[in-house]
Design a protein around this ligand. Structure first.
Ligand SMILES: Nc1nc2c(ncn2[C@@H]2O[C@H](COP(=O)(O)OP(=O)(O)OP(=O)(O)O)[C@@H](O)[C@H]2O)c(=O)[nH]1
Ligand SMILES: [Mg+2]
Length: 297
């Protein structure tokens, strides 16, 4: 085991850059939820890639953005503590959007860390043609000093393995940090809450995606049954008007959220579940320190 390499690499970038989708593609299974809405990820999610000669621990982070709420500030702080701690930082920039001030801002902050191992990743390459991709690679190269600039498509699976090889190359010599075969250290209750939030995000608009939070209160085997788990969860919103939207006419929307997420939770846990979903108002929770604490931020 003398030249085994192991360590941490984090993905940072603007919201919606494709960090979580890429994390899932590298790990080979869904450990982080994704959506077309910005600021989907709200905590650091660790995914583990096992190789014969290396163990790569990926840390998916929330998108770095201009914060408008206390939650936003907390999320940005989390990104900054994370990138200070890891062996490799990888800046993710989507291929299909112009490189902008947000990217420059993040690149400059990373440069200020004086880290040795900083890579850039151009994501979503399936969305652009060769010419556009070449231009984007050039634009990204002007953002700073990168050890590598790697174009990938998590959706098409293009260059995903190559990226894992490259990231592993920059890890220090170390014995494995996680048990063989472990893909994430996310607690099951957190993953279940996230799958519900992902389903609830589908089809809601404007500021509502940001106002959603999900807490799993209880997961317990049904009495006298070993094939059924009772899951009690609450979807929080910030205002009564949002509660009405999330419930939908006659409760149709929340029913749909329940059935969509239930299928995914059953696949994750490998057992049948009964999902009891409530919707509650936690007034302006994104700005309220006490409620943020209660919701785990
Ligand atoms: N076509 C295409 N779409 C992608 C690819 N990667 C991500 N997406 C889409 O881009 C959107 C954002 O993806 P996420 O992985 O949630 O982005 P993120 O950077 O984690 O976003 P935050 O957590 O909000 O910071 C989703 O709609 C994804 O399906 C890709 O390789 N190709
Ligand atoms: Mg994400």
């Amino acid at each position: 085991m003398s030249d085994f390499h192991a360590g941490f690499a984090c993905f940072v970038g603007r919201p919606n850059a494709g960090k979580s989708t890429l994390t899932n593609a590298l790990v080979g299974t869904k450990i982080a939820i994704t959506s077309s809405k910005p600021q989907t990820t709200r905590h650091t999610v660790r995914g583990i890639v096992h190789r014969p000669d290396a163990q790569l621990v990926l840390v998916d982070t929330p998108g770095l953005h201009k914060p408008r709420t206390l939650l936003g500030q907390r999320l940005n702080d989390l990104v900054r503590t994370t990138w200070a701690e890891v062996d490799v930082v990888a800046l993710c920039v989507p291929a299909d959007e112009p490189v902008g001030r947000g990217d420059k801002f993040i690149a400059d902050e990373i440069a200020g860390l004086k880290k040795k191992n900083v890579l850039a990743i151009v994501t979503k390459t399936d969305l652009v043609d060769k010419k556009r991709l070449a231009e984007q690679l050039l634009a990204v190269s002007r953002l700073g000093e990168f050890a590598e600039i790697v174009p990938v498509s998590a959706k098409a699976g293009d260059q995903v393995d190559l990226l894992a090889d490259l990231l592993a190359k920059y890890l220090p010599e170390s014995p494995p940090l996680y048990p063989d075969g472990e893909l994430t250290d996310e607690p099951e209750m957190v993953m279940v809450a996230e799958l519900i939030r992902e389903a609830a995000l589908e089809g809601v608009r404007d500021e509502l995606p940001h106002s959603l939070a999900v807490v799993v209160e209880e997961m317990e085997p049904r009495e006298g049954r070993d094939d059924l788990l009772d899951v009690h969860a609450t979807v929080f919103v910030e205002r009564p008007s949002q509660k009405a939207i999330v419930l939908g006419a006659g409760g149709e929307r929340i029913k749909h959220v329940g059935s969509t997420s239930r299928r995914q939770i059953e696949a994750l846990l490998g057992t049948r579940i009964f999902l009891d979903l409530r919707v509650k108002v936690a007034k302006d929770w994104q700005r309220d320190p006490r409620q943020l604490r209660r919701l785990g931020f």
